[in-house]
Design a protein around this ligand. Structure first.
Ligand code: PAF
Length: 287
C-alpha cells in the first residue's frame, strides 16, 4: 500500500492507469464503518484510494477539531490489511495553500442549511469544499460515504450533480455496535455511563419507525414524544425530525413510511451523536 502525503506524490501515483478508481474520504480514526466502505469500494472498483484528512474547515470554533482522535499508524495498518492500494494523507497547507480564510468554498444552499446545517453553521460548506478538492485531486469514478451522515451524502450527491462531475456518490448502510449504537469516532468521547445510555438513540428511532407504520401520520406528535423520551434519558436533543428521504423536506402530506427518514442529533455531555432510520419495509423493526 502506497502512502502519499503530498499532492506531487499523489499525482505521480495517479499516472498509473486504472479501469475504475474508488475514493473513500475519511478523517481517520477508522472503525468498522469505514472498513465496510473500503470493502464495498473493493467490490465495485479495481483500485481503492482512502484519504485521511482532519478537515479544519468543517469544524466550528467551539468544536472538537483540536482533540479529534488522530491514529494514523493504526489506520494505515488496518487499510493495508484491508487491501487498499493507496492512502492520500495531505497536510492542511497542501489543501488550503492560501490559508483557510481565503480558501475557495462551495455551498449547497437549502439542503446544507437545515438540520445539522442549522446547528453547525458552516459545517457543510467545509465538507463540500474539502470533498470537492479530494475528488478533483484523486479523480475517482466512484466515492463512498456512510449513510450515518445521511444529510452529508445527499449534499455531496447534489454538489456532484450541480457541478457536472462524472462521479458516482455512493451511500452505504450504517454499521452499528451490537447494542445498536451507530459506529462513530466520537463514541470514544463517551463516559461509561453515557455509553450505556447512548443506544437509546437507536431504540427511540426504531420505536418511532414502528409507530409511523402503525399509527400513521401525526409526524409532529411523534417527533415531540421521541424528543421527550430522549430528554428523559439525559440527552440534549438538537433535533428529532421525520423528513422526506429524497430531499429532507418536511412531509407536507401523508407519505408512505418507505418515503420517509427519521433523523436525530443529540448530545450526551459534550458529545454530539447523530443517527437516522430510513423507513422501508426491508428494515426490520426489532424492539
Ligand atoms: O464524513 C467524514 O468523515 C467527513 O465529513 C469527510 C467526508 C471525510 C470530509 O472531511
Amino acid at each position: 500500500m502506497k502512502i502519499l502525503n503530498n499532492i506531487p506524490l499523489l499525482q505521480s501515483y495517479l499516472q498509473q492507469q486504472s479501469a475504475k478508481r474508488a475514493l473513500v474520504p475519511t478523517m481517520g480514526n477508522l472503525h468498522s464503518g469505514h472498513l465496510s466502505l473500503v470493502e464495498a469500494a473493493k467490490q465495485q472498483a479495481d483500485e481503492v484510494v482512502v484519504s485521511i484528512f482532519v478537515n479544519p474547515l468543517q469544524f466550528g470554533p467551539n468544536e472538537d477539531f483540536g482533540c479529534y482522535p488522530r491514529t494514523f499508524e493504526a489506520d494505515c495498518a488496518a487499510l493495508s490489511e484491508a487491501g487498499v492500494d493507496a492512502v492520500f494523507a495531505p497536510d492542511t497547507h497542501s489543501l488550503y495553500p492560501q490559508g483557510q480564510e481565503r480558501a475557495t468554498r462551495v455551498d449547497v444552499p437549502e439542503l446544507g442549511d437545515i438540520l445539522c446545517g442549522t446547528i453547525r453553521p458552516g459545517h457543510f460548506v467545509g465538507v463540500t469544499s474539502v470533498v470537492l478538492r479530494l475528488l478533483n485531486l484523486v479523480r475517482p469514478d466512484i466515492a463512498l460515504f456512510g449513510k450515518k451522515d445521511y444529510q452529508q451524502w445527499l449534499i455531496l450527491r447534489q454538489m456532484v450533480q450541480d457541478l457536472f462531475l462524472p462521479i458516482d456518490i455512493i451511500g452505504l448502510p450504517i454499521i452499528r455496535d451490537n447494542d445498536g449504537l451507530a459506529k462513530s469516532s466520537r463514541n470514544q468521547y463517551l463516559s461509561k455511563q453515557q455509553r450505556d445510555i447512548a443506544p437509546y438513540l437507536y431504540q427511540v428511532l426504531q420505536k418511532t419507525a414502528q409507530q409511523l407504520q402503525s399509527e400513521g401520520s401525526n409526524y409532529q406528535a411523534l417527533e415531540q414524544a421521541a424528543s421527550t423520551e430522549l430528554a428523559q434519558q439525559g440527552f440534549v436533543v438538537d433535533y428529532f425530525d421525520i423528513r422526506r428521504a429524497e430531499d429532507l423536506l418536511r412531509p407536507d402530506k401523508v407519505e408512505s413510511p418507505a418515503a420517509l427518514i427519521i433523523l436525530v442529533a443529540a448530545k450526551l455531555g459534550n458529545t454530539r451523536l447523530i443517527d437516522n432510520y430510513q423507513g422501508s419495509s426491508s428494515n426490520k423493526v426489532r424492539l
